[in-house]
Design a protein around this ligand. Structure first.
Ligand code: ATP
Ligand code: MG
Length: 393
């Protein structure tokens, strides 16, 4: 009890010292003496388990509240950089975190998913309290990963896809990948979860999206026939489908492509089809506003400037440190939360994926099956013409 009191007094003294040395006070003279009117400290909270020190203080009437925000350096000098200041009129809450983000959070499947309880795990990262955040894509359908060059988008996509591949069997999850830069998704070639060829050419984008659209139709019909409202309620389980597109802005400029994407974002959530998109510059030219409105989960990595950050509602993303730091709004949290993304290198991914690739034998069989299907298709076309010819005769 006494120990706690003394600790609080000591903590109070430290803050008062900061006010003094940063001249965060008003003065008045009486006679020869100058008196200081310091801010009043209303509350000091020490949470040892969370390693969190909280102060609530208010500044004297007449002192500009902006001064406190401007003098953030003052608190940093006294308490270190790992702090937060919130303002409500002339009242401030100052939080000082003992734990800081690790410089790197190594991607670790077990650690990232151990407390996950939903259906599709999206490992996000670690917060300043050391808590791992892993959200459910079913609850937060469609994900946008935005950020400037080198901010960590591809690394995050890598960590998410690696987690999903390890979490689901190929019967439970299908990945449909589009990568116009031809660099990010090459590693996933011949992975069992990747059902269609990875699209790397503009001309192949529309046919793939058309196929997804057909699948949406098929699923909707199934649900209609069984009278259910969500894909998970069907008698025969359908795999989740994730359509991942690296750099949406590099897709061909085509109204129909935009429409397909909007369509997936509208209907996919009930049908088990979800988008994961990455985007360098989130301005309105690069992403349809209807599509943007349907992406319920956004990760804002370091943005080029304030405008780019605010377009996707990630105010402050322009000030992030880079190297996998990002902002995100998380269910049950009021504000945007800053997180450190896990790190998985390309080499690490390659090593991991070895266990999930098709064997040469399986690839050969698939190629043969494709050829048979093509020949069958050609034959049936010929038949139709044959019938037509007969009719003419
Ligand atoms: N989570 C992370 N932890 C630590 N370092 C990271 C993390 N993410 C990215 N980095 C560092 O930043 C570099 C660039 O990351 P990445 O390639 O993911 O960026 P990007 O946003 O995809 O860039 P581009 O727009 O050029 O494709 C990485 O090579 C790595 O050094
Ligand atoms: Mg990238």
């Amino acid at each position: 009890m006494i120990k706690g009191f003394l600790e609080k007094q000591k903590a109070k003294g430290k803050l008062l010292q900061a006010f003094r040395s940063g001249e965060l006070y008003l003065t008045y003279k009486s006679g020869k003496n100058t008196h200081l009117i310091l801010p009043i400290i209303h509350y000091v909270g020490i949470d040892k388990e969370a390693q969190l020190l909280t102060y609530v203080f208010s500044i004297p009437l007449g002192l500009d509240p902006k001064e406190v925000i401007k003098k953030r350096w003052l608190f940093e000098q006294q308490f270190g950089q790992n702090l937060e200041i919130e303002q409500e009129n002339k009242r401030f809450t100052l939080k000082i975190f003992g734990k800081s983000y690790p410089k790197k959070l190594k991607w670790d499947f077990e650690k990232l998913t151990e407390s996950f309880e939903g259906q599709i795990p999206i490992p996000c990262g670690i917060d300043r309290h050391g808590r791992i955040i892993c959200i459910d894509l079913v609850e937060n359908p469609h994900l946008l990963i935005a950020g400037f060059t080198g901010s960590g988008k591809s690394t995050q996509v890598r960590s998410i896809l690696a987690t999903l591949i390890q979490y689901f069997s190929p019967e439970e999850l299908e990945l449909w990948l589009i990568d116009m830069k031809m660099v990010e998704f090459q590693f996933y070639r011949n992975v069992k979860h990747v059902k269609e060829d990875i699209v790397v050419k503009g001309k192949d984008v529309k046919p793939l999206l058309q196929k997804i659209d057909d699948e949406l139709e098929r699923r909707q019909e199934l649900m209609f026939n069984e009278g259910v409202t969500h894909i998970t309620q069907l008698k025969e389980k359908q795999p989740f489908i994730i359509v991942a597109i690296d750099e949406v802005a590099s897709l061909p400029n085509d109204k129909e492509i935009d429409e397909y994407l909007v369509e997936i974002s509208n209907r996919g959530r009930a049908l088990g089809v979800y988008l994961i998109l990455s985007l360098l510059r989130p301005d309105s030219k690069n992403i349809d506003s209807r599509l943007k409105g349907n992406l319920t989960c956004t990760m804002g990595f370091k943005a080029r400037d304030r405008i780019n950050a605010s377009v996707i509602g990630m105010k402050g993303a322009e000030n992030l440190a880079g190297d996998g730091r990002f902002l995100m709004s998380i269910p049950d949290y009021d504000d945007l939360v800053e997180l450190q993304a896990p790190y998985l290198s390309e080499k690490g991914l390659e090593k991991l994926l070895k266990d999930y690739k098709k064997t040469d034998e399986e690839i050969k069989k698939e190629v043969e099956q494709k050829q048979i299907d093509e020949v069958k298709g050609e034959l049936s076309e010929k038949n139709i013409f044959g019938v037509l010819d007969n009719e003419k005769a």
